[in-house]
Design a protein around this ligand. Structure first.
Ligand code: PLP
Length: 440
């Protein structure tokens, strides 16, 4: 991507830190999208955060719509969470032996997500989805898995794969270092494409261990799986004895208290996935993730069953304290009503600002997760998302950044509103967007 903005002046501490970082850390960052490669310019090095804001190394304040890519649903530094973490830290960082808090967190998760009968805690979303796939293969005795183009499930080898050339063919690796044999069992299909899904099952159904999907895809900005599509996923998995896996690492406790599955259950009576991967919000900003599902499947996990899975820091006592405190806050009355209304007001405000200036624009949200597109209609799949004019998005991104509004630095990422975002924050954001659209 071309740089749309001159690199920050050499006197900037952000620029100095980026220079230092690049000497020792590949690309200067510990996760690629932080590098601003898609949008150009100098990444901001964050010094501290509070509520809906963070401050960079030059002391510039930003309204934060990343929220650590999803976890910070309460905003930064929520007093109840800080207190729980401080108390936990004094009791020890890690024991490598079970704790009461792990049991409490498991009880909370099982209570809030009815499809989960048993759960295992891990430390990242990547671990959760990777382990679910091993478990699905172990439990079914099958090798093949289905994923959808544009869905991201972490960076384990079998999931770093893009669609092959033909309809319902097996994919090819999206990363160097992933041998083609490792993804030969991964079938990559188009999101929301029912006919292709049916064809894949009719060709390979009895070999499919699981179908994994982001039910509301946040890694191609914000694209909902249609209700008929999810319904068909459920029916076909049931018909062919394959496991339906909802990757709710991003959507879990973010779009609703019961996750995206509870949203679909409103339209599809009795709807449940077999397995769910969780992350982000359940750790409240600490390394914490989980996977769970039916007891019959989960009992295949070691030490009960033959599917091996383990972790030195799994169920870490400080992370569980942070996660538990977060889960308790989000269960307070009206939490999601208020969060959803605030998020909708942001999307409505941005849409109005763009439309007023004659700029094609549309957006969508669920709970505290949103997306917007410089397009006339909401995309239904990855190729449609990628029709967005990326130089235009980059100009928008930088104009907002210069106004103190921090959106995800790539057009294919979702955004997040927290309970700490006020009506004034939304207003300031919409004003900045209005100025940008008017002056284009
Ligand atoms: N699954 C989804 C839907 C995600 O959005 C992500 C990360 O953004 C992951 C899995 C991987 O999680 P992690 O980055 O914690 O490994």
């Amino acid at each position: 991507q071309p740089n749309t903005k001159p690199v920050a002046p050499a006197t900037s501490r952000n620029a100095t830190l980026f220079e230092r970082a690049q000497k020792l850390i590949p690309g200067g960052v510990n996760s690629p999208v932080r590098a601003f490669k898609a949008v150009g310019g100098t990444p901001r090095f964050i010094q501290r955060a509070q509520g809906a804001y963070f401050w960079d190394a030059d002391g510039q304040r930003y309204i934060d719509y990343i929220g650590s890519w999803g976890p910070m649903i309460l905003g930064h530094g929520h007093p109840a969470v800080v207190e729980a973490v401080q108390k936990a830290v004094l009791e020890g960082f890690s024991y490598g032996a079970p704790t009461e808090r792990e049991v409490e967190l498991a009880e909370e998760i099982v209570k809030l997500v009815p499809s989960i009968e048993m759960v295992r805690l891990v430390s990242s979303g990547t671990e959760a989805t990777m382990s679910v796939i091993r478990l699905a293969r172990g439990a079914t005795g099958r090798s093949k898995i289905i994923k959808f183009e544009g869905c991201y499930h972490g960076h384990s080898d079998a999931l770093l794969v893009k669609a092959g050339s033909g309809l319902a063919t097996f994919g090819s690796p999206t990363s160097a270092g992933v041998p083609p044999e490792v993804v030969q069992h991964t079938l990559v299909l188009e999101y929301n494409h029912i006919a292709q899904l049916e064809e894949a099952f009719s060709l390979h159904g009895r070999d499919i261990a699981c179908l994994m999907i982001e039910p509301i895809a946040g890694n191609m900005n914000f694209v909902r799986a249609s209700v008929p599509f999810i319904k068909r996923c459920r029916e076909l998995c049931t018909q062919y004895d394959a496991l339906l896996v909802f990757d709710e690492v991003m959507t879990g406790f973010r779009v609703a208290l019961g996750g995206a599955q509870s949203v679909y259950a409103q339209s599809i009576p009795g709807f449940k996935p077999d397995m769910t991967a969780l992350g982000k919000v359940i750790g409240g900003g600490m390394p914490m993730a989980a996977f769970g599902g039916t007891r019959a499947v989960m009992e295949h996990l070691a030490p009960l069953g033959g599917v091996y899975q383990a972790g030195t820091l799994s169920g870490n006592p400080v992370a569980t304290a942070c996660g538990l405190a977060t889960l308790r806050e989000i269960q307070k009355p009206d939490f999601y009503d208020a969060l959803g209304a605030r998020t909708r007001s942001l999307v409505a405000g941005l849409t109005q600002a763009a439309t007023h200036a004659g700029v094609p624009f549309c957006g969508d949200s669920e709970g505290g997760m949103f997306g917007f597109f410089l397009l006339g209609t909401l995309p239904q799949n990855y190729p449609q998302v990628m029709k967005t004019d990326s130089p235009a998005f980059n100009r928008f991104f930088h104009a907002m950044l210069d106004s103190g509004v921090y959106y995800a630095p790539a057009l294919y990422e979702a955004g997040f509103v927290s309970a700490a975002h006020t009506a004034e924050d939304i207003e300031a954001t919409v004003e900045a967007a209005t100025r940008f659209f008017a002056g284009r």
